[in-house]
Design a protein around this ligand. Sequence first.
Ligand code: SAH
Length: 503
Amino acid sequence: MANKGKVILVGAGPGDLGLVTLRAKECIEQADAIVYDHLANPEMLRWARDDAEIIYAGKQAGAHAMSQEEINKVLVDLAQSGKNVVRLKGGDPFVFGRGAEEAQALVAAGIEFEIVPGITSAIAGPAYAGIPVTNRAQTSHVTFFTGHEDPAKTESAIDYEALAKLGGTQVMLMGVERIEAIANEMMSRGVRKDLPVALVRWATTGRQQTLTGTLETIAKKVVDLAFEPPAVAVFGEVVSLRDTLKWHEEQPLSGKRIVVTRSRKQASELSDQLSSLGADVIELPTIRIEPPTNLREFAELVQDAHGYDWIIFTSPNGVNAFFEMFYKLYDDAREIGPARIAAIGPATAKRVRDFHLHVDLQPEEFVAEGLIRELQKVGSIENERILIARAEKARDVLPKMLSELGAIVDEGFAYRTVPETRDSTGARRRLLEEGADLITFTSSSTVENFLALGLPWPKGMQVASIGPITSQTARENGLKIDIEAKRHDIPGLVEAIRKFFSA
Ligand code: SAH
């Protein structure tokens, strides 16, 4: 029999990916299998290994969530088959998270386990709403309780009498639906009607919303605004500090859900910049970068790189593929010889410099025409030997124009873009169920491959494009472009999005 695996109960934090602990990230990166909950932000599954088995234990549209017994069994079975399992739970696993029940089931089955505490929504939710759970001037203690009890219990386990007497700050998890009954219980035990109350929903994410009121008014507001779970509720004087301390909901892209369609490996630059402006980002990779069909032919061209007058790079992927191959063949950067290097676009140039090589030519405009103009400034192109490292099936204007001007051009197909078939983070399901405000396209292939997925277009989802070529592909496919970047790179796209939403 295979050695038994181990289960790590990991706190996934309240939603913001920046609030995941280093240990949690490391566990996700190493896991053979990951079982995750509704409240664990699935975007963190992008850190998982490509071959990790990923199981969603939350509620699916039209289907029931797995029962606790089923989840326990899945964890035990996976571990018994030798897998190292990460059980990802929203917030902290032991704060109203049934983590203890799962750990007990593991103990009963003789399976080794570990606990990785997480930042609980009970503290992070109020903090992101600008509400400190304690503050010297107002309160010296805080209580956590749940508004949603085990339905099997006959008497309420919440001692409202004691809560009323205790005062201080009280944070309630679950039970937004029962807010009216809970507020009434408190008031009937003498808690003042105008005690400030706040509800924070989807706290710490780009979808965070906060509702404030008093014990007397909060229930009606919840109904009027259809304020839905998940939310944490805070009762206490500290709530009034929000007026001066609110911050998260004030960011330029707060409340905007934005889809990133680039390949998983490239997405993070765009995702991180959007998240840092407060957006709720869904990474839905539509393409994947693979080695070219004829790797050998590419290798031969790379081997002869020193024989060219110019090597032209048109994308960071091309640079990566070129130097990966180059350093397989050579162990000295000087083997590149006298070849000069041209790069289209600042991201491509930066990638070249990452390999500690100088970029001899970088056109102002990020298109083929701009590059040719710059090359001609340096001297005649006639009889110049030029290697272009690029994607298979890329636009062929550049080699054509160079050849017409008399250059001797070799095209090195460095990589190829294929449709992404996997959806390990459930991004497609989330897009369907929850919609989005904006989708970003960073190349024609992201447009084509997104449309090829055949997903129904979410209501009101607008389109942002990195530049005219991508926009043209989108228009040809019947899309309307709402935002087009002025600078055709990631910072340029982010800037255009920020401007659009602040207008
Ligand atoms: N273990 C989790 C709590 C699980 S109970 C933790 O430590 O945070 C589920 C409840 O947590 C929800 O009903 C809601 O009250 C709260 N919750 C979890 N994540 C939340 C979030 N991002 N925003 C608001 N409430 C959240």
